[in-house]
Design a protein around this ligand. Sequence first.
Ligand SMILES: [Zn+2]
Length: 246
Amino acid sequence: MDNTKELKKGHLHPMTTMINEINSIFSDMGFEFADGPEMDSEHYNFDALNFEENHPARAMQDTFWVKDKEKTLMRTHTSNAQIRYMENNKPPIRIIVPGKVFRNEATDATHEAQFHQFEGLMIDETTTLGTLKGVLNTFFEKFFGKEVKVRFRPSYFPFVEPGVEVDVSCFKCEGSGCSICKNTGWIEVLGAGMVHPNVLKAGGIDPEKYQGFAFGVGIERLGMLKYGIDDIRLFFNGDLRFVNQF
Ligand SMILES: [Zn+2]
């Protein structure tokens, strides 16, 4: 009689798997892992990143302020790690910062009050938007496992100049049009740009000598695209029927 019971093995949550994958792809390109605090000061989250006081850009990111602690908030992006890293390290800089971020907004199929982002920052004497395009192209091809094209559209973010919205060619229909790319052949994936001179200065880096790019991307959004998931809340509700599909 066989009375041995098979023990079921657990496995990593898809979020953890994706973060490991992202770290590994960027590590191959010479980027180092960095981190910043989830609860931080207004200085690192906004001021030092060139968000002027009363500038409408601050209102673009609905913020959870910490009660009874002056000028303290839950970080709205992983960009808070940029200045901290620059303060302690001199160029050349190549870092990747994955982590949790918080927005005070209503949740629905595409919005969560807590989600994950990763930030990329590369600074030296010669880095250009062309370098950024090459780095992102390599990342997306490895992450989606398909050949893709990357395109930039002009945009505005306070911490970069110029700023760009980055689109990736649809890896599902390869440009012929489908529901993922809303029949355009392109998918909007992230915001990026050349680091604003004021941000370099705030980090103690000479903008006359050094330049570089920064980008930030929602990890759940990438996962939803890669695996065809239509509700971001599935990443957080702990439903094993979802988790066990990975
Ligand atoms: Zn498509």
